[in-house]
Design a protein around this ligand. Sequence first.
Ligand code: ZN
Length: 271
Amino acid sequence: MARLFVTCAVTGAETTRAQCPALPITPAEIAAEAKRAYDAGASILHLHVRRDDGTPTQDKAIFAEAIARISDACPILIEMTTGGAVGMSDEERLQPVELSPRLASLDCGSVNFGDDILPNSLPQMRAYARRMKAAETKPTLECFDLGHVHNARMLIGEGLIDPPHHFSFVLGVPGAVPADMRTLLAMIDALPPGAIWSGIGVGGRGSAFMNPATVLLGGNPRVGFEDNIYLRKGIKAESNGQFVDRVVHLIREMGHEVATVDDTKKLLGLR
Ligand code: ZN
């Protein structure tokens, strides 16, 4: 029996209110959804923030407000994005790290994102890793492609990332690898010894594959409106909590336990 932790990405950068009426936008709305996710069993919140008009931002002040409200609402661990949104500069993307968060995502390679490109060169990745190390922030190594796992291993080999190494596989981005079993197994095979991994599937189909496949293979599932808005075909979720509920049920049905916040801190070696 394994103890698996659930991450919830409640808002992301790309999903819109028009697509998803329940999408949280303001720090207060994000905190309310974080609490729903926590109450349903999530122990990590993957955090993006928005301006009041719904556009994505890496504004440190808005992150700080969101963190204060989330921490008032529940003790969920907060993982800040440094992916930001397509078109942002490194300095913009890195703003949340100035708040010295416990966790932050680190994109491990450039990737086509539909018609756009998210650039992450090796020098950029090294700079992000150094900034996180200085801030005592643990990077979540986000891999959108098999080559990204090897990029991350390069950074590990250079001593830029301390163990235990936490990878996050994002499958199903249009322009990157598909969400299917042979791809997921190839990425798991490429992990360094002792690594921990989370699994993310993009879109309704990607999530429908990745949630059960991740749990089946002993990984840690991520759910939430950043990745998918559909509870089932044609039916939109009314809260992120519904996705967490469902994946928690799946974890228990497969004979595993759901990790608490304290368990997750231990697993990831967090301060
Ligand atoms: Zn994100």
